[in-house]
Write a protein that binds this ligand. Sequence first.
Ligand code: HEC
Ligand code: HEC
Ligand code: HEC
Length: 175
Amino acid sequence: MLGQWTLDSKAQAPLGQSQDNWIPLTKDQVHDPRGPGLSELQDPGAGLFELPPHQSGNRVLWAKALDRGAISPRRSLTPNESSKVQVLDMDVLLDLRGSMAVVRFPHKIHTQWLACDNCHDALFKSKVGETKISMYNILQGEQCGLCHGSVAFPLTECSFCHSVERPAPKWRMSQ
Ligand code: HEC
Ligand code: HEC
Ligand code: HEC
């Protein structure tokens, strides 16, 4: 198990997962430990510990789990609806002028889960540069922060988004 799900180019080392890495429902301070229905629910550790590990959020690398076929999420809440997911394999580079590493926004991973209209055009215009995206807005829970930090990996994972190193500014030296 250990080392099976390596993090490719990412900086973190893979962790060995055990069910003890998740807080059981009786101790999560969300569920009532005396609640009569609690025993009907699965503890997070029991369901998640075999998936590709990650050290933050809910401790699963969901994009990799999907990629490896370890999960196959439902396309829709209503079982009869034959909603098809349209996967778009297109990266967009954002934050081209900043000091942090450039942000690579992968359409592929997003469109494996999400229909286009989750983001277009209310959150982001379908044309690069038409939307003013900022880290300030993201940290306020808007734009990327609408999902990242709530239903997708947390904002503390800077290098997941800021993942493309900037080329060294050689032109300065030649002047
Ligand atoms: C969910 C994706 C995401 C995560 C996680 C994220 N950022 Fe950003 N960040 C962005 C985007 C998108 C922009 C681009 C805004 C733009 O186009 O200028 C940005 C811009 C910035 C900027 C301003 C431009 C620059 O490079 O100087 C800073 C500073 C920054 N981020 C720091 C951080 C730090 C520090 C973290 C981790 C604590 C972090 N970000 C995590 C998406 C993210
Ligand atoms: C999770 C959010 C999200 C989803 C879902 C999403 N996109 Fe995007 N899309 C973005 C972001 C962010 C940008 C870049 C916006 C910017 O630079 O201002 C973008 C940019 C684009 C662009 C502009 C590319 C360019 O070079 O100008 C097109 C076209 C596009 N998306 C089409 C789609 C289609 C088609 C789908 C569904 C198959 C889709 N997007 C799903 C977030 C999303
Ligand atoms: C509508 C919800 C939504 C929005 C908005 C959104 N994301 Fe995501 N993002 C997801 C989900 C869901 C995943 C897959 C689950 C995970 O990795 O936590 C994901 C995965 C990613 C990944 C892949 C991580 C990996 O494991 O390889 C990156 C990078 C990323 N998002 C960056 C961004 C950036 C940058 C923005 C804003 C421009 C953004 N996302 C906006 C929902 C969203």
